[in-house]
Ligand binder design. Sequence first.
Ligand SMILES: [Zn+2]
Length: 574
Amino acid sequence: MTAVAKARACASATTSSTVTSRAGARRARMSAPRGHGARGARRASASASAAASGERVTIANDPGKEDIVVTEETRFEAVIGIETHVQLNSKTKAFCRCAYEYGVEPNTRVCPVCMGHPGTLPVLNSAVVKKGIMIGTALGTKIRRSSKFDRKQYFYPDLPKGYQISQFEEPLCHDGSIDVVLPVEDGGEVKRVGITRAHLEEDAGKLTHAKGEDGKKYSYADYNRAGVALLEIVTEPDLRTGREVAAYGAELRRIVRFLDACDGDMSKGSMRNDVNVSIRPVGRETFGTKVEVKNMNSFNAMARAIDYEIARQEELIRSGRGDEIVQETRTWDEGAQKTVTMRKKEGLADYRYFPEPDLPRMNLSKKFISDVVASMPELPSAIRARYASLGLPQADVQVLVEDKELVSYFDRALDSPAKPSAKQVANWLTGDIMAHLKNAKLDISQLPLGAEDLGEFCAMIDSGEISGKIGKDLLPELLQRGGSAKKLVADRGLSQISDPAEIEALVDGVLDANPGQLEQYRAGKTKLKGSSSAPVSRRAAVAPIPPSWTRSSSQSSITRPLRESRLCLVACNP
Ligand SMILES: [Zn+2]
């Protein structure tokens, strides 16, 4: 089985069924005739000797330099940590007054400071610090009241200054954790992910490699991004699968979006995840060489890339080629659905960090920090808890809390004067309305139906004023044009009749029009078929009465007893 097939075939590298199926695949490979190519034969014999005889093999570059025994039964688990670069959406860059706007003419948002011209000095943007404190607080980290900036040196054409201002030894934020709720389809469990640190730094420019008009290859440098503020967030190696990595990334994006600190748009590079992956036999403390995987532009791609990388490393170790796992950066090739070597990783010493001489220490008063914290909006985790306390199902809560605008719309609908029930609003919003938005490719903010009007609509269904069925009939027009559901109901004459006398008259009309069925009922046949109740149901029932005159759970709570007692009355007293 190829590594790609394995990555697709299994969500987890630790299930015993996975190992069994792999063992089967390996046996098949080992028994294949030798004429299948020298490379395949070498791999087959290596895996035969390593796995079948229980020989010691090296978990590449294991810190203990200790070989371990890998057998068919050995199960592996991945150890994964993530470094995320979050681009802070302050109006200006981190240390100069250049604006940062994505997609504008290259090299038009640059100045002598961010280009590192001699004689210029950086000045720290306080908005950047505030956004950093907010994200750090949301991640449960401690905020350092006194920290410093450092220079990280490296030479690359995207770095005009030849160094990057970063925080090395004293990050603004350190030691926190967040609880990540896995998607309902993955079990909906809560996974705690430790946050090692989050530090401020500046972004580099962007290189584009393309052919010029003369047909030759060029690298185009755009320095608009150079100097834009970043918060680099580093997790503990707490994650185990691609799905968990994707769920963490999605929660982090929700947090920065709810805080209005970053647009979280991975396709624009506003949020870039570098994932460190290594594997170890289950139960072992130390783990092997970390491989960095980057350039995944969706959470889905992240999950696939990580699962591929886990399977690749496992296959190498099992076939006795663990030493081929080297410290390197691999890029995710979306087209080929595999990770490929990008460059060998540089060690820390290569950056020659030293304290940034052009910036003083960053000393933050207690009040500055507490004011920033007090200005923070409600976070996704708090909103989830609030919605759960309203009795909403977890699946609805996850859909609602996916989007800040959706949360705002839902809250406004709940607070509307009509006071609808939370369940009714969540039901319509996460069901029919979300489906409509998806089909029409609209954001909730573009929906003509206002939150208050949705509140009124839902309250009318709560009170039985209109049936759910009529609600479904009305919704398309409300979604297209907006406006009051009450007015629409009045215009169409659809309001439900609650006056018993009026309903009795309607029922009598139906009975009079169907003497044959009435006779059958009198004769003891209570389960009568027919659609003759439709005239009653159209105006008097919550749902159309099904083609039966007998009890049905979908019939109106108002009309059913009335209709049946009326029927019984007429039938018993001819
Ligand atoms: Zn500038």
